[in-house]
Design a protein around this ligand. Structure first.
Ligand code: PMV
Length: 324
């Protein structure tokens, strides 16, 4: 039996612009996790894939369509078996559970794929390095999102804060001083694929304007990187607010997100913005030890369906985070 898990994530700066080649910053969130267990299955039963949280229970090889929740899992298992050089004709039980909320900007799909791939690698006693793992998870991200930038698979497989530019090697970010974030869920599901497609249509209709906004977002991400590396936490708050203004302009905010962002800022958050694809899903607020619980309670009062506070610090994390 082997077991592996992977964290969720939030994007601190640069979502959407990252699809168009600008830099973005994302960090892992440990409070939510996907876990996969691989065991030997009953003889002659083939590969059983079971994810009770997703309502999934099927056999590898069952004919599925891409809109079925089991489909990305099937693709993940198939790709990994191919990578391992194992024929699909064996008896295995793959069980997945996850506390990462779905369609809400916290990397649920990439976390599940990472956990499954690691558990399979462990089961077959085959080490997999981070770039290979990330590339395999990216294949599943394509199934989920169509044209992903690659930021989710990078931050979740590396399990470290990352500065990410599409097509470039992942850069791990050293955070000089701890950063405390309140993460609040609007409860409005927002499929990334849809938000990304809407931004693409708007970009096609007015490339010059959108490219200008993306440039500004990219410049904010670059400044945020310096602020994180030099420990200027208060600078980060202003940069988050500026990033949010641009996200509004590109059309991915929503009334529910704006309500939570205003509530957080009124309660004393240093900065606040949506995170991920937008239109729904989660927002993040930069807080400190004094304001964290007050901001969290104001967010709940303003309608958040779930609030968590996560601390990002300079302690080196397990980069490979293998099986546990
Ligand atoms: O909704 P999420 O957290 O998966 O984030 C999507 C981030 C985008 O920049 C909008 C898309 C991408 O592939 O980077």
């Amino acid at each position: 039996m082997s077991l592996a898990s992977a964290p969720g994530k939030v994007i601190l700066f640069g979502e959407h612009a990252v699809v168009y080649g600008r830099p973005a910053i994302a960090v892992p969130v440990d409070q939510v996790r996907a876990t996969a267990v691989v065991e030997r299955g009953s003889e002659g039963q083939g590969i059983q894939i079971c994810a009770p949280d997703l309502g999934v229970s099927h056999r590898l090889g069952d004919v599925l369509t891409p809109d079925q929740p089991a489909y990305p899992l099937q693709v993940t298992v198939q790709n990994m078996l191919r990578w391992l050089g194992r024929a699909a004709g064996q008896d295995l039980a793959v069980t997945v559970s996850s506390t990462v909320p779905i369609a809400s900007g916290m990397g649920s799909g990439a976390a599940v794929a990472t956990a499954v791939i690691r558990a399979l690698a462990e089961f077959f006693d085959t080490p997999i390095d981070l770039p290979e793992l990330s590339a395999l998870v990216f294949e599943t991200e394509i199934v989920h999102h169509g044209t992903p930038s690659g930021i989710d698979n990078s931050v979740i497989t590396y399990n470290q804060p990352v500065y990410f530019v599409r097509g470039s090697p992942v850069e791990v970010l050293r955070v000089r001083r701890p950063i405390l974030l309140a993460i609040a869920d609007t409860g409005v599901p927002s499929p990334t694929r849809l938000a990304v497609a809407n931004v693409r249509s708007a970009w096609e209709a007015d490339r010059q304007r959108y490219e200008g906004w993306f440039d500004r977002i990219g410049a904010i991400a670059a400044m945020a990187r310096r602020a994180m590396e030099t420990g200027q936490v208060s600078t980060l708050g202003g940069l988050m607010n500026q990033n949010q203004e641009l996200l509004r302009l590109i059309g991915v905010s929503s009334p529910e997100l704006e309500t939570l962002i205003s509530a957080a800022l009124r309660a004393g958050a240093i900065g606040a913005k949506l995170c991920g694809a937008g239109r729904g899903g989660n927002m993040i607020a930069l807080v400190n030890d004094e304001s964290a619980s007050w901001v969290a309670s104001r967010l709940e009062e303003a309608g958040a369906v779930r609030v968590m506070v996560t601390r990002l610090d300079q302690t080196p994390r397990r980069s490979a985070a293998p099986t546990e």
